[in-house]
Design a protein around this ligand. Sequence first.
Ligand SMILES: [Zn+2]
Length: 205
Amino acid sequence: MNLDQIIACPMCDALHLDQEVQKQSVAQCARCGTVLAAPKSGAMTRIAMLSITALILLMAAASFPFLSLRVQGFSHQASVLDTILAFATGPMLPLSLATGFLILLVPAARYCALIYTLTPMAIGYRPAPHAATVYIWAERLRPWAMAEIFIIGVAVALVKVSGLARVELGPAFWAFAALLVVTILTDSSICRLTVWKTLKTRSTI
Ligand SMILES: [Zn+2]
């Protein structure tokens, strides 16, 4: 049997014969029900556009004011970048580095990798050089891109802080909230099997 015609379920390793899946249909693992392929028409263009949107939102989320606090006549506002840099010296440096990497740099690197891999294929060209390696890294970085987890953490913290001071949400907060929606849309549009097959067939043209 040709090994190229077999695909493994990413969750339970059950082997399946690779068959053509129609657009807008879903192929699921026969054992555990994990979605193996869900090709959608125009998905690569949509993912590339969503990734560009996410990058712009991430830049806005990092640089615009995130929150402003008012207490007893004093007010202070800060962006995420200000907050990271404020802890960049002294014992809080590891926390500052982790925050910068996990909520800004890793998500930005992942979106750049998706744009680099998918845009040439979305417009019908051959994949860019080393596109497969870059796509592997986009997938590896996915669990470490925590911009959306950050906003959930902030929402929980706001409940506590709102009892102590008057809190006003800045534009960066809403940019992060929009980023959460765009990230969910991007991740639900990606059919990894289709991306790999397209990378393979286009590379050999
Ligand atoms: Zn399975």
